[in-house]
Design a protein around this ligand. Structure first.
Ligand code: 5GP
Ligand code: ZN
Length: 113
């Protein structure tokens, strides 16, 4: 757990969140400022700064997170959704702990803004 990391604190239960799912490796919770009718985040419990910090030593948790996303979206009855991860300031990353946004329930445009 990294000091002063908001999502490390949320994963540890030190800051409350609206939980969707949890297991040993990851934590899923609803976004505080939803950008779609359904908008939740899936994060690894271990601190990884962003996609830019994924390597052979920690990539297994990313595969696991995508399995969890496939499972949760099925359970929630979401047939169409978007998975997004922002990396760096220009792409709009505001929390520096790896997270995958899962957005669903409205028409979406491509390319994204
Ligand atoms: P980013 O901007 O880094 O791609 O995504 C960070 C996301 O975290 C944003 O969508 C923002 O609304 C969400 N967020 C920021 N602080 C909190 C919080 O304290 N609780 C929850 N549930 N979501 C948060
Ligand atoms: Zn963290």
């Amino acid at each position: 757990m990294k000091n002063d990391c908001l999502f490390c604190a949320i994963a540890a239960g030190e800051i409350p969140s609206n939980k969707v799912y949890e297991d040993d490796l990851c934590y899923a919770f609803y976004d505080i400022a939803p950008q779609a009718p359904t908008h939740f985040l899936v994060i690894p419990k271990e601190h990884i700064g962003s996609v830019a910090e994924i390597g052979a030593e920690n990539s297994a948790v990313v595969a696991h997170i995508f399995e969890v996303i496939a499972k949760l979206t099925k359970e929630l009855g979401l047939e169409s959704y978007r998975v997004v991860s922002n990396i760096g300031e220009q792409a709009g990353q505001s929390v520096h702990h790896l997270h995958f946004h899962v957005l669903s329930g409205r028409d979406m445009t491509w390319p994204p803004g």
